[in-house]
Design a protein around this ligand. Structure first.
Ligand SMILES: Nc1ncnc2c1ncn2[C@@H]1O[C@H](COP(=O)(O)OP(=O)(O)OP(=O)(O)O)[C@@H](O)[C@H]1O
Ligand SMILES: Nc1ncnc2c1ncn2[C@@H]1O[C@H](COP(=O)(O)OP(=O)(O)OP(=O)(O)O)[C@@H](O)[C@H]1O
Ligand SMILES: [Mg+2]
Ligand SMILES: [Mg+2]
Lengths: 226, 226
């Protein structure tokens, strides 16, 4: 589904340089649910951004399928993200002037397609946000905003989903619902999911857990026992 | 330290009305660490905002010490928040154009006081953000931003601290460090802390846990065993 080769991302130069990614080679297989864990500041979000084409690495390569996304121009990256990749941001990034429903269906509108109303209904019900679709982000709680951001990432049924701490603002029930939903979409729809999490219970839903520290992969565990 | 009497907050009217707070009477004692838990959308952030004077309730009263904060005008509320209350927002609310250090010391600058450099150094070291003080919020990871927001809430040594999911973006080590630090400031400095959390480990650091559901208090536990 996606892999990187010696990916590096450095901010600043000289003494003050920060090596957010210090050479990461990792493959995320199709149809599997991979969790990424690691201390705060270890490069998890930076890795997700570079592998999803949201940010350009300093060096190294990143592939979606067989496509080297470093060779794409900005328009190519936008098309790739719109058609093949769903992204749940750590800070939600909802559009403040749109309602929850409009935020969710925005990717479809941008692609000039028609909304699959049945799938929208299913998503909204699974995520428990049916009674807040007319609210704008400022009229939603933190957890509700996070679930709207998840629905937006899934609306186009992308085959590859990157989710950056999708349960950070959810209580244990809402978070168990969301994780079970993500698990099902891997098993039933064959989607590939890469999820950053600090929550050990979240890692329990994954097929594999990759551990980062200081911008490098320091561990890789198959199927943890939940 | 703070208490509310039949606090209500309703958004909208008629059919679409949302009763975020449906009558909450609760007291948070001085020098104690109280956790507030409850499902997403149950009113936790709304309660914190109304009790800290950041939002006006629809009806009911809220007191800081013996002061009925509903009787204060906007200038009075601002002064109360600056001098007596520290607030850690669920969405950080850092000023994007300021560095981490400037964000942290902003409350002191606004109060026209001098920064206690020793206390600033102690805070920064406890929260593990010493090497990111010159970074702006966009140059910090989610967890680092959260810790800067915590330092800002504590810089003026307020006697009452409201923290809305202060560990939501932190890995288990950083979150244990922060919780232990909050626990110490209750025991050693006599501060009063009210913390919203979804994390059972977080609740374990508290003296008491108050449970909300649908805008009302549904449970109240003394000193859970960690
Ligand atoms: N401006 C608003 N207009 C309408 N409804 C609102 C508004 N702000 C909040 N709400 C609603 O009030 C309820 C309580 O919100 P609040 O943010 O207090 O929840 P919370 O317990 O903090 O949840 P979370 O754990 O997800 O952060 C939610 O159902 C939310 O949709
Ligand atoms: N624009 C930038 N300039 C300088 N340093 C940056 C910039 N953006 C990120 N960093 C640094 O890069 C490192 C990695 O950040 P990243 O956001 O990937 O961490 P993370 O693992 O997602 O952490 P968290 O769990 O706190 O979200 C951090 O130490 C951060 O301070
Ligand atoms: Mg991150
Ligand atoms: Mg909240």
């Amino acid at each position: 589904a996606a892999h990187s080769v010696d990916l590096r991302k450095t901010y600043g130069a000289g003494q003050a340089a920060v090596h957010a990614l210090a050479g990461i080679t990792v493959a995320f297989e199709r149809g599997r649910f991979t969790a990424v864990m690691g201390p705060s500041g270890s490069g998890k979000s930076t890795l997700m951004h570079c592998m999803a084409g949201l940010d350009r690495p300093t060096s190294g390569q990143s592939f979606v399928g067989d496509l080297d996304i470093g060779k794409l121009d900005d328009a190519g990256l936008t098309k790739l993200r719109r058609d093949r990749i769903g992204f749940v941001f750590q800070s939600f990034n909802l559009i403040p002037t749109l309602t929850a429903a409009e935020n969710i269906t925005l990717p479809v509108a941008l692609a000039g397609a028609k909304v699959d109303q049945e799938w929208l209904g299913y998503l909204v019900k699974q995520l428990g946000i049916g009674d807040r679709l007319a609210h704008r982000p400022s009229e939603l709680s933190g957890g509700q905003q996070q679930r709207v951001a998840c629905a937006r990432a899934l609306i186009n049924k992308p085959d590859l989903i990157f989710a950056d701490e999708p349960t950070g603002n959810l209580d244990s029930n809402a978070s168990a619902d969301l994780l079970a939903f993500l698990r099902r979409s891997v098993q039933e729809l064959g989607q590939s999911i890469v999820m950053v999490t600090h929550d050990p219970r979240g890692a329990g839903y994954a097929d594999r857990v990759v551990f980062l520290a200081d911008g490098t992969v320091v561990g890789d565990l198959e199927r943890p026992t939940a």
